[in-house]
Design a protein. Sequence first.
Length: 345
Amino acid sequence: MIRTLFRSAVAGAALILLPSCGGGFDPASKIQSVRVLGLRADKPYAKPGDTVTLEVLAVDRRPEEKRQRPMTVFWLPLVCTNPPNDAYYACFTRAAKLTSPTGEPTPGAGAGGADGAADITALVAKGQSFSYKIPGDAVSSHVKVPGANGDYGISIVFYMACAGRIRLASRDEASANPQQVPIQCVDDDGQALGADDYVLGFWRTFVYDDRPNANPLIDNVLLKTDVIGPGAAVAITPCADGSSGQCKGAEVNVVVPASSQEDKPYDPDAPRERIWVAAFSDVASVGGAQQLLYDTKAGAIRDNPVRVTATSGDLGKSGTLWLVVHDSRGGATWTTVPLLVTAAP
């Protein structure tokens, strides 16, 4: 399961909350910075001893004049298994149980045990994908949790999409804050970069001995009822100034096959997965940026479109609509649709 920790140097929250409207802020679905829009595992649920491969959907939509430093996706080459209370920040302590991506024990301090200030750019894994091995005792070594519907384990991997270099951050060992982040995104001079230049987050894999889970699939993307062909651009006519609330724009439906909604017989309160789509764009505004596709009890939710609108200031611009489909057990997949803001014919 993907979690975004921070988009700035301010620590303290496990999930960043971005305003959706008002106050001069762009909605979270409008992409104008370094962002991670999705992350998927080839095994959303893993078994002990499995090798899991992650793939990240990271984009850089900063203005051209701010792209002197390219964005790179970095992976902290440590797998944190069964931290106390399943808390990600417990991976930062010296007592954390850490292994290398190949499953070998990592001696010494935990992820946050170094003194900081060391540039580790050349030492960490880079790229859109990352593979690591789940320890063979991931389930058996996890503390039994009263009320849990089955024995499980957790393995956590940290990543950073950074338009710069990364270095270890100094920790205040006397601080009572357990969520001190162990790495920073910095420029060539070692100065910390701002919120638009990086995203730090983690992926949490749930591990079971006998519980399968697959990623959802996308059959088609529709413009109303017509299939959008691969690579075909959707033309959007700008809304009249001041009328965005009444302007429907383009209505896009994501078609996910019913077979993607898997059963959860161990969970009587939610016997089937919930599936939804999250939408993002760099040139348009997205209404209904998260739309429910399958309810855990009611099943398929029909005609629940993502509405894409643009303003007169976007006229002539081209961009992308990203559609990321999630299920409630960490499964994900995505697709993209090119957009073109054009005048009405």
